[in-house]
Design a protein around this ligand. Structure first.
Ligand code: TRP
Length: 457
């Protein structure tokens, strides 16, 4: 069976393809660049003290992110299948490796359910920014709390965001995802460039922001920070759940996988850093704290936006929404591609039914007073976030890594990679020995099982 795979490349499928190289790059960077870059990266950098954390994060992108992205793209483009079909195809029918694909589809399902709630806040803040932020700092900060606490508002914005995702994914690979990525991503780059210029040259905090991000002070770096950097490298590159398998499966043969993976990783990283410069420039110029935590952009920034006015605040939240949207569609596409390929559903019904179901699950996260049963008041939002980010994604990434490193046929793998040169040997080395160990450490940390950490219980 799989011998035939070795000899001839599988046929280009009729499921849809990117029109070309640029289509893939923009869609994949669209998936990678998201709330992770603009919301989470700046705030965890602030919490973990700046430069040293950034340096560790960059190292993690190279030793964990890049090899895993290559592994996922190799699996996807080789099989031209969704994550479940891909593992089945490369191993055998009924193979347990399919479970990795299942885990991925389930992760996409759960991540989108709460991702959409945060994206909904971003959408809501576009309108708040247009109206203008008014009142004392306390009042402006309290507005975020009341948005989160208001069931009606949260549900409304979550609904709007899910409708947008569904609307795009229904259009298909070329006419939906690619077309919208080609509109949203260039706009995102332009807005971000503008905000960076504003931060660097029109506030007093520009240089301080650059120093904060790029001048490492290792005395501020904790073991906790290192592990967060590793976990974040994962999330920000959309790894560990087959999103890159799925997007890779729509790639045409012939383009260089390594060049594309490097391009996507660099763009993702640059966007995170530039967003960091823009945000911290404003934070420092008004003498506020960089370590504000998750409220950094929804609470700290709006207070500053009172001084800057809507010319800065509106583009900022538009940027955040665009980033979230192109990531949201990639999460939905993983789920949809499974039902289309493996279950023979039509794209429209798969998108409507699954998008609708994810929307309903998302209500659990949108309604902040609903708590997970049998816990001491854990909200669903936190529950899904921790479950996926700390467990499901790292485990999915770990298994994918082992599969490509030890199970997949060398001929298939090398053929897809495009060469057997030094780079290929390097990739194999990382996938065998470095990446899985690093990911395992993240998993053990998630389980609070690392012997050298103090877990306080
Ligand atoms: N990478 C996106 C971000 O930084 C989130 C995301 C989209 C994602 N698709 C994913 C994360 C798949 C993990 C897996 O916001």
């Amino acid at each position: 069976m799989s011998d035939s795979l070795q000899m001839k490349s599988p046929p280009e499928s009729k499921r849809g393809n990117w029109t070309g190289h640029l289509g893939f790059i923009l869609a994949a960077t669209g998936s990678a660049i998201g709330l992770g870059n603009i919301w989470k990266f700046p705030y965890i950098t602030g919490v973990y003290g700046g430069g040293a954390f950034v340096l560790v994060y960059l190292i993690c992108v190279v030793i964990v992110g890049l090899p895993l992205m290559l592994a996922e793209l190799i699996v996807g483009r080789r099989t031209q299948k969704n994550p479940v079909g891909a593992f089945k195809n490369l191993h055998k029918k009924g193979s347990l490796w399919q479970g990795t694909g299942w885990l991925g589809v389930a992760s996409g399902f759960l991540i989108l359910s709460f991702y959409s709630v945060v994206a909904g806040w971003a959408l809501a803040y576009i309108f708040k920014a247009i109206a203008g932020f008014e009142g004392t700092a306390e009042q402006i900060q309290a507005e975020f709390g009341s948005l989160v606490a208001s069931t009606g508002e949260s549900i409304f914005w979550h609904s709007m965001f899910m409708l947008m995702c569904i609307g795009i994914v229904i259009g298909g690979v070329k006419r939906g995802i690619e077309r919208w990525s080609k509109i949203l991503m260039p706009s995102l780059f332009v807005i971000l460039g503008g905000l960076m210029i504003y931060g660097l040259f029109f506030t007093h905090g520009g240089m301080q922001a650059v120093e904060f991000l790029f001048k490492p002070d290792f005395s501020k770096l904790s073991a906790e920070g290192v592990l967060s950097a590793l976990g974040h490298a994962f999330f920000t590159l959309s790894l560990g759940m087959g999103a890159m398998i799925t997007y890779g499966s729509y790639m045409k043969r012939g383009s260089s996988i390594i060049r594309d993976a490097v391009a996507v990783s660099i763009l993702d990283t640059v966007v995170a850093l530039v967003a960091g410069i823009a945000i911290f420039a404003m934070v420092f110029s008004y003498g506020t704290e960089p370590a504000a935590g998750p409220g950094l952009i929804f609470q700290t920034l709006p207070v500053l936006f009172q001084q800057t006015g809507p010319w800065i605040s509106v583009p900022f939240f538009v940027l955040l929404t665009f980033a979230a949207l192109t990531s949201g569609i990639s999460l939905l596409e993983v789920v949809v591609s499974y039902f289309v390929d493996e279950r023979g559903w039509g794209r429209t019904s798969a998108t409507l039914v699954m998008g609708g179901t994810i929307y309903l699950i998302g209500l659990l996260s949108a309604v902040s007073v609903w708590k997970v049963p049998f816990t001491s008041g854990t909200g669903w939002f936190d529950f899904f976030d921790v479950l996926t980010t700390n467990y499901m994604l790292p485990i999915g990434g770990f298994l994918t890594c082992l599969f490509v490193a030890y199970v997949m046929k060398d001929a298939d793998r090398a053929d897809e990679f495009g060469s057997r040169g030094l780079l290929y040997s390097g990739l194999k080395f990382f996938l065998r020995y470095i990446t899985p160990i690093a990911v395992l450490v993240v998993i053990l940390h998630g389980l609070e099982l690392l012997p050298f950490m103090e877990y306080g219980n």
